[in-house]
Design a protein around this ligand. Sequence first.
Ligand SMILES: Cc1cc2nc3c(=O)[nH]c(=O)nc-3n(C[C@H](O)[C@H](O)[C@H](O)COP(=O)(O)OP(=O)(O)OC[C@H]3O[C@@H](n4cnc5c(N)ncnc54)[C@H](O)[C@@H]3O)c2cc1C
Length: 338
Amino acid sequence: MASDREYHPLAVREVVDEAADTRSFVLEIPPALEETFAYTAGQFCTFRAEIGGEPVVRSYSMSSSPDVGDRFTVTVKRVPGGRMSNWMNDALAAGDTIEALRPAGRFVLRAADVPIVAFAGGSGITPVLSILKTALATTAREIALVYANREAGGVIFAAELERLRAASGGRLSVHHHLDAECGLLDAAGCAALVGDRTAADFYVCGPAPYMDVVAEGLALRGVAPSQLFVERFELPAEESAPPEGSETESIVIRIDRRKHTVRYEPGDTLLDAARRAGLNPPFSCERGNCATCMAHVDEGRVAMRSNNVLSPEETRAGWVLTCQAVPLSREVVVDYDR
Ligand SMILES: Cc1cc2nc3c(=O)[nH]c(=O)nc-3n(C[C@H](O)[C@H](O)[C@H](O)COP(=O)(O)OP(=O)(O)OC[C@H]3O[C@@H](n4cnc5c(N)ncnc54)[C@H](O)[C@@H]3O)c2cc1C
């Protein structure tokens, strides 16, 4: 698969205050990188910065849409105690550069002739805004947005959403849910907000507990999983590993034109096993987001704990994210050289 797995330095052109704890970063894409950084609304980039002498890698979705002439923009909300989000909000200024991998992600608009209902929570509005702008500009679909926040001061893009709603000729409706006024949204409340739009496609992005409540609410309305598209910013707290091959004792790794048989410790990912054996496999985010550690499984079966980048076609063709892949069979042969 032809894919660019390199970090590219991008200059910050402008920093925009969006809310008390959130800033947008408009990035300069040099002409030579325009193709590399072409993206679909809803995708994200993985960024690398050196913070306190250590490299930190995190993903941020584009809040801009490539279909309306927007400049390439990511929007970052502070997470209390968080390393990258606070560093970007405090230290990253116009004229600085930050390293980024090419855009990735599958949380994108599916072509369909049905309404769109989006549930966003907090910073989860970022890819949702991008998708809404594209849907308004390139389709005639009806769109309903439910946007949950703790309180009014934290609402990101309030003015932009109002501008889009007012210009949509009635196609976009925006419902703000504020926990401070109405308590946390529950499944019944979510089901009520869906109303009769049960044939819609549903796009959901927000904190894990919010996404769980929305999924429950949609299930109450009989929404099929095939109508549901989600983007997870955090791994679910109880992400349990798939049943792992307790019988796997060693795996064969092809890398740098050599073949190594390495010991397998239960619980290790393929990447862990390669590193434990002193090999030097490529990796970066270690969260299943960036594809730097991608390799091909030539023999055997593996399962991924998380995968935010590879398409179903790629996984069917045998590609895996080795930072997320655990062996399920006795014999596994993995190839980093393909
Ligand atoms: C595909 C993808 C797209 C994303 N897009 C955006 C985006 O557009 N805008 C944005 O602001 N963030 C986005 N994120 C989240 C972002 O990547 C970071 O996880 C987040 O900024 C926290 O990183 P940090 O280094 O500041 O915190 P860390 O130092 O990693 O974490 C600090 C603490 O906060 C917890 N934590 C981590 N992430 C979150 C979170 N999102 N909410 C609450 N607690 C958390 C951790 O468990 C840890 O205890 C996205 C994540 C993914 C996977």
